[in-house]
Ligand binder design. Structure first.
Ligand SMILES: [Zn+2]
Length: 277
C-alpha cells in the first residue's frame, strides 16, 4: 500500500497521561523479527528480536509503560531480555518511561550526545515540554555514532543523526531477513519529524533550537530519501499508516513492504514544515 498518513490523536498527551487505556492497541508485527509494542496508538515503540536478545526503540511515557510491558509479554518475550534501549530523541513522549524500562530490564540506554545535553540543559523543552508530562530523569549509558553501528545477534542497526525536530534526533536503519524466503529488507525509522519544533513561533521562545536546525532538516531530507528503505516505520503511528493493518502481518504476506513509502513520507514531512514557515 502506498504512503498514507492520518490526523494526529486529539489531545494526545492528556489522553495518554490520564486515560491511557482509551488508546490501547494489541502488539503487532511490522517486519521480520520486529514488532510494534507501544500498547497504545499515539507514540511508537518497536521491539527487535536479534536472536541474542531484544532491542527496544523508544519507551513512550510513564503512564503507558504498563501497556508496553504487557505488549512484550503478549508476543511471547520477556522484558528482562531487552539488552539495549535506543531513544530516538529527547522529548518526553519518546523517553518519558526510559527510566522505568531501564530499571525493569537492566538494559543499556542509548541516546545521541546532542540530545542528552539538550535534555540536561533544557528540561522545559524536553522532559516537561507539555504540562501533562510526568517523565523521570535517567542516565544515558552510551551515545550513538553514525560510524559505529549497534550490532547484536543477527541484527546491525545503523544510526544517523538527523537534527531538526530536536538537535540530536536520531534515525535508525536495520536489515532483517525474511525466514520464509531469505529475502533481506531494510527497515527505516526516522527519529522525529514533528513541525511543532521547526517553526518560527517555537524558535522565538526556544532557549536552544534555532532555524539552522530546520535548514538542516531540509538538507538531510535529500540524503535520507537516497537511502533505500523497504519497510518504513513511523515514530508516531499516524505519520505513516500502519495501525490499519495491525494483526495482518505474516512472514509470507509482507503487508508493510513497499519501498516507495519512505521517500514519500520524507517529502510529506518537509512539506508540512514548509507550510508553517
Ligand atoms: Zn518529539
Amino acid at each position: 500500500m502506498a504512503f498514507r498518513c492520518t490526523p494526529a490523536t486529539k489531545d494526545p498527551v492528556a489522553t495518554l497521561a490520564y486515560r491511557p487505556w482509551t488508546l490501547a492497541i494489541e502488539p503487532f508485527q511490522v517486519a521480520p523479527h520486529t514488532w510494534y509494542v507501544a500498547g497504545q496508538t499515539w507514540v511508537g515503540c518497536y521491539l527487535i528480536d536479534t536472536g541474542e536478545g531484544l532491542v527496544l526503540i523508544d519507551a513512550a511515557i510513564p503512564e503507558s509503560a504498563y501497556m508496553l510491558v504487557d505488549s512484550i509479554y503478549k508476543i511471547g518475550f520477556n522484558p528482562a531480555d531487552i539488552k539495549k534501549i535506543l531513544i530516538s530523541h529527547a522529548h518526553f513522549d519518546h523517553m518519558g518511561a526510559a527510566r522505568i524500562m531501564k530499571e525493569l530490564t537492566g538494559a543499556e540506554l542509548y541516546m545521541s550526545r546532542e540530545d542528552a545535553t539538550f535534555m540536561e540543559e533544557c528540561p522545559e523543552e524536553t522532559l516537561v515540554l507539555d504540562k501533562d508530562s510526568h517523565p523521570q530523569t535517567f542516565e544515558v549509558d552510551k551515545y550513538y555514532s553514525d560510524h559505529e553501528p549497534i550490532v547484536m545477534g543477527d541484527v546491525t542497526i545503523r544510526t544517523m543523526l538527523t537534527p531538526g525536530h530536536t538537535i540530536g534526533c536520531t534515525s535508525f536503519f536495520w536489515e532483517v531477513k525474511n525466514p520464509v524466503n531469505g529475502e533481506v529488507y531494510t527497515v527505516g525509522m526516522h527519529g522525529g519529524v514533528g513541525a511543532n519544533t521547526m517553526n518560527d513561533n517555537y524558535y522565538a521562545k526556544s532557549r536552544y533550537l534555532t532555524p539552522a536546525l530546520r535548514q538542516r532538516f531540509f538538507d538531510d531530507a535529500e540524503k535520507l530519501k537516497a537511502i533505500h528503505v523497504d519497510i518504513a516505520l513511523p515514530s508516531h503511528p499516524n505519520q505513516i499508516e500502519i495501525v490499519d493493518r495491525a494483526g495482518q502481518y505474516t512472514d509470507e504476506n509482507q503487508i508493510y513492504l513497499d519501498d516507495t513509502v519512505w521517500a514519500e513520507f520524507i517529502d510529506e514531512r518537509v512539506r508540512q514544515v514548509k507550510v508553517l514557515m
